[in-house]
Design a protein around this ligand. Structure first.
Ligand code: COA
Length: 392
């Protein structure tokens, strides 16, 4: 049975900060952000945009593309996220309510830093295999926030990617034989009740590159697939230089050219187009890269792609997918670029105020907060711990 991703849609906030503006304000050479980290812009979420509203927007776009039968067959809704809004109630249940989905589904969240979206995706593959004819909705959604003036500040961002998983997918077939590795390490963590994570940034870089090398070697041993078997590789992208460092660690660019594998470095660039403008979105960032690759690369049906997922803490997994004939008809890159172009550019002071407010508690009436969300889904207030949302 062929199982995989039938459609994949993105949602990002309506506000952004230009990285040159941030660099100037922090007294840093802008080249460090644009070249050293590989980031040009950073999505900024006001208090009325949270993980749930981003997830609902992306999922609504997926359902717009879905066949009626696929929506009727929905049996599983999973949200993978680092940025939970409630310690108990699942965001998947909130999204289920906002979208008016059928009652007969399982809905739950998965947490493991930036890896949770992949855990959701592979759970969905297993679910569809065990329940032929059923479909699954997987949403990776996150607000990546480290705080003002921190080392992680230029690697913030926000966004969600939703995917419909079903039999005979029209975008990407997923090979269930992926390779995962787990290692207990404190490179990035967020104690309960704290609004921003604690991170040892340089350790996290090393853990990421080491994990990629180990997972790649283990996958090669288990599957017999080597780098020469992949048309392209996509990476978790906390910032777009990160995957390049990991790839260069196992395949320096000169060696790649000598071995006829230069396309892996060139196509890596095709996977960065959206992330350079959105920034980090934790669990969603790998799939933002997949969307960018599909939209900007000369891929052909049958091409094999490797997706490297990394979640600090740490779990790494290499998933192999195959491009399906006619995949281009399932994508609309023009709409993604238009949505990014239509965002409002913030000044640094506005960004600082919006970020500070969004990290604090939201009161009963969110309409008085700074630059409230104008989109179809928004947080309207929190009453007695109950989150109230606007929906179309
Ligand atoms: N022009 C061009 N490049 C420059 C530069 C300049 N003027 N100044 C610095 N750089 C380069 C550095 O050489 C470095 O490149 P390299 O990684 O290829 O060596 C890069 O910019 C980053 O510089 P660095 O000094 O390491 O930055 P930093 O100490 O501010 O830390 C992070 C960067 C990513 C560790 C930090 O932003 C962070 O902690 N982020 C959150 C955690 C994270 O994203 N982890 C990723 C793995 S999950």
């Amino acid at each position: 049975m062929l199982i995989g991703i039938d459609s994949l849609e993105i949602a990002t906030p309506e506000l952004y900060l230009d990285m040159t503006d941030l660099a100037v304000a922090r007294g840093v050479d802008p080249a460090k952000f644009h070249t050293g980290l590989g980031q040009d812009q950073m999505a900024v979420a006001p208090a009325t945009t949270d993980v749930v509203t981003l997830a609902a927007r992306a999922a609504a776009a997926v359902l717009d593309r879905a066949e009626e039968a696929d929506t009727a067959s929905l049996g599983l809704v999973v949200v993978g996220s680092e940025s939970a809004v409630d310690a108990s109630k699942a965001m998947a249940v909130m999204v289920h309510g906002l979208l008016g989905l059928p009652e007969g589904v399982r809905a739950f969240d998965i947490r493991e830093a930036c890896y949770a979206g992949t855990a959701g995706l592979m759970t969905a593959v297993d679910y569809v295999a065990a329940h032929p004819g059923r479909t699954a909705l997987v949403i990776a959604s996150d607000l990546a926030r480290y705080g003002l003036g921190t080392g992680g500040e230029p690697t913030q961002g926000a966004g969600a990617v939703a995917m419909l998983v079903r039999q005979d997918p029209r975008l990407l077939v997923i090979d269930p034989a992926s390779t995962a590795r787990t290692q207990d390490v404190y490179d990035f963590w967020r104690p309960e009740g704290e609004s921003v994570p604690r991170v040892d940034g340089h350790l996290s870089n090393r853990c990421y590159t080491d994990m990629f090398a180990r997972v790649l070697a283990a996958h090669q041993e288990a599957s017999g697939l080597g780098l020469e078997d992949f048309a392209a590789l996509c990476f978790h992208l906390p910032y777009t230089k990160m995957g390049r460092k990991a790839l260069a660690g196992v395949l320096p660019p000169e060696e790649a050219e000598a071995r006829g594998l230069g396309h892996l470095h060139r196509r890596y660039d095709d996977s960065l187009v959206y992330s350079r403008r959105v920034g980090n979105c934790y669990t969603a960032s790998l799939y933002l890269g997949v969307a960018s690759l599909l939209d900007h690369c000369d891929l052909r049906a049958g091409d094999r792609l490797g997706l490297f997922s990394y979640g600090s803490g740490a779990v790494g997994e290499l998933v192999t997918v195959t491009v399906v004939e006619g995949f281009g008809a399932r994508r609309d890159p023009g709409a993604t670029v238009s949505a990014l172009d239509a965002r409002r550019r913030l000044g640094v002071e506005e960004y600082e105020s919006v970020l500070t407010e969004s990290l604090g508690p939201v009161g009963e009436d969110a309409s008085a907060t700074l630059l409230p969300d104008e989109g179809p889904y928004a947080l309207t207030g929190v009453v007695d711990g109950v989150r109230r949302y606007r929906r179309p």
